[in-house]
Design a binder for this molecule. Structure first.
Ligand code: GCB
Length: 616
């Protein structure tokens, strides 16, 4: 790893001090605009010279990658000029993609990379222009035509900056400095169990909208069973502007006028003909929101999700969640977090049609909008989470505001996705007072932003009692604040239990639904050891699944599971030279998609579950 003299913490502190987080610009993926994906040039900047000079003052002219200059022309005109970069003649990368695969020497690079794209624009008269990034990992500074337009921290949620006054008719120069360096006060923290894919990993677009436009359009079936809409306009003409929400296939129109804040809420009883969204029939309706000159469309499914005792009810009937966890990493030898519709479809299809799942846990951070839209279409229930993982700096107010911003960005982005049934606020975080307060604040935020979904967190469990009384309990003080208890458990892989003991591990009953949010064991595809059944063999993993499923079957209150994990994924902590080679091998399929023996064990289990608890 290449190290930097300006610490990453100093870099992000400078970011947040100078500029607030960007807007989400909800549903922007459906707006008119111009795609800026494709060829960008890039330049690494391990010492962050493009930001600060060698005595920590202003960066030297010859280092400022973001300037709107033609380095070659400048140095021809002034032979004394010294430039130590030239973005126009730098290497070219095809974005979106992490930089880890741009060139072999970048495979382990963590730090700052500058990207530049020159493009022609033709801004329509009277329209506002925004640059919208679906994600940049981890911090991003965005410059248009040499001017800083904004900065954002957080690698998995979208942000947008208005550039109406900076965009030029004709040639434009967009430069983005992306720094992947994790910081102790960031979210996620520096130590995780997945690859830190630095870069512009999701699409970038120039989006146009009228002077007053629909900035938020949350449309859903509310808790009273009505179709409800919360609309927020942005622009000088917002106040008093007439708003219409139409669902033509249902013959439904809601209308009203924006208040002084540009906001309006409306609701109407759901028409009798409404077909509710479910895994069995994932019906989506065209929804059209109009306000003044703006018209925004979305495809929305309508369903309810609630908890009754230890059951999860979808549209009023109990559903068992036959799930799988997955990382955002495409199938292939050298993944680079390139999520296209095809790569997302390949993962979700293997989960739904291969394993027979009706539920995916999108771990451990918000996945691409492409994936959540596809889940809507394919009828997959979704667990969505933010990367409050292991040990974040719970006592630090800055870390809390960052996590709250990410949570809000994620919820605002995806509140219209019927597939999403859980918002999860954390994964395996150690219990402490500051942590309980931190997560408590996040849970309150979820409830304020969206009262139509369930709140959960992946917790840890404890063994209590002796002999016949020995059982596993979830005694996390966060439990009472959650709708669904979720637990990660690895007995038989980590810890001292043998696989023979696993089926007899007893779980205490809970008064809420319990989801086994993770269990799993590593196996290197192709390594068989039928006799000894050593760890890392497919045989061990298959037996681990059989034994763990027997345990799950005996546990009371179980409403579902999402074993760990669909596919082997890059994990720098995993360096066994024979079995792991930098991959977490708990996948049911290998990096290139070969199914391991345990795949069929889980698939067979889900086939039998689908008979006893059919989807509806
Ligand atoms: C966990 C974590 C997950 C890891 C997994 C493992 O509990 O939540 O991120 O990858 O265990 O493989 O150890």
């Amino acid at each position: 790893m290449i190290r930097s003299i300006l610490t990453a913490t100093a870099f992000t502190a400078a970011l947040t001090a100078s500029q607030a987080l960007g807007q989400v610009l909800t549903r922007a993926d459906l707006r008119d605009g111009q795609s800026l994906t494709g060829a960008w040039t890039y330049s690494i900047d391990p010492y962050r010279d493009g930001l600060l000079g060698f005595h920590r003052g202003e960066a030297g002219v010859g280092h400022r990658r973001y300037e709107d200059s033609d380095v070659d022309a400048v140095t021809r005109a002034a032979p004394t000029a010294l430039y130590e970069y030239d973005m126009q003649r730098s290497a070219v990368a095809d974005l979106p993609s992490s930089w880890l695969t741009h060139a072999p020497q970048l495979r382990h690079y963590q730090g700052l990379v500058w990207y530049q794209r020159r493009f022609a624009a033709a801004p329509p008269a009277g329209q506002r222009a925004f640059l919208r990034f679906e994600a940049a990992n981890y911090t991003a500074r965005v410059y248009l035509n040499g001017k800083l337009v904004g900065q954002h921290e957080g690698g998995f949620t979208p942000f947008a900056f208005e550039v109406t006054n900076l965009i030029r008719a004709g040639e434009n120069n967009l430069t983005v400095g992306v720094d992947s360096t994790p910081t102790p006060e960031g979210v996620p923290p520096p130590v995780t169990d997945w690859e830190n894919y630095g870069g512009l990993t999701r699409p970038v677009r120039l989006v146009y909208a009228p002077a007053t436009f629909v900035d938020e359009a949350w449309v859903r079936l509310d808790r009273q069973g009505r179709i409800a809409a919360d609309i927020k306009l942005n622009g000088a003409q917002a106040t008093g502007s007439p708003i219409q929400v139409r669902i033509p296939a249902l013959g439904l129109t809601l209308s009203g006028k924006a208040d002084a804040d540009g906001a309006w809420k409306g609701a109407a009883s759901a028409p009798r003909g409404l077909k509710r969204w479910s895994p069995k029939s994932p019906t989506l309706y065209e929804v059209e929101v109009t306000a003044g000159a703006d018209r925004l469309r979305d495809r929305v499914g309508f369903r309810t999700i609630e908890v009754k005792g230890s059951k999860i009810l979808l549209n009023g009937s109990p559903i068992f969640l036959r799930g799988i966890s997955m990382h955002e990493e495409e199938i292939g030898e050298e993944p680079s977090r390139i999520i296209t519709e095809a790569s997302a479809r390949a993962l979700l299809t293997e989960a739904r049609d291969g394993l027979g799942v009706n539920f995916v846990r999108l771990a451990h951070y918000p996945h691409s909008e492409i994936t959540t839209r596809l889940a809507d279409e394919m009828g997959l229930l979704v667990w969505s989470e933010i990367p409050v993982y292991w040990l974040v700096d719970f006592a630090n107010p800055r870390t809390l505001s960052l996590a709250r911003a990410m949570l809000a960005e994620n919820i605002r982005r995806d509140r219209n996705r019927a597939s999403i049934v859980f918002w999860s606020v954390a994964n395996e975080t150690p219990v402490s007072e500051p942590r309980n307060r931190f997560l408590g604040a996040l849970i309150d935020d979820v409830r304020a932003l969206d009262d139509t979904r369930l709140v959960t967190a992946a917790l840890l469990s404890n063994r209590v009692g002796r002999g016949a009384e020995r059982r596993t309990v979830i005694d996390d003080p966060l439990g009472p604040k959650l709708d669904v208890l979720a637990v990660n458990t690895y007995s038989g892989w980590y810890g001292d239990d043998t696989l023979d003991q696993v089926p007899d591990i007893r779980w205490a009953a809970t008064d809420k639904p319990l989801v086994f949010s993770e269990f799993g064991a590593d196996a290197k595809a192709g390594f068989h050891d039928p006799q000894l059944q050593r760890k890392f063999s497919e045989d061990f993993q298959a037996r681990y699944y059989r034994q763990t499923l027997a345990m799950v079957d005996k546990a009371p209150s179980v409403a579902g599971m999402s074993p760990w994990v669909l596919k082997d994924f890059r994990a720098p902590r995993r360096q066994h030279p024979v079995h792991q080679q930098g991959w977490n091998r708990k996948g049911l399929i290998s990096p290139t998609g070969e199914r391991k023996a345990a795949f069929e064990v889980l698939a067979a289990y889900y086939r039998s579950r689908a008979v006893t608890s059919p989807d509806h």
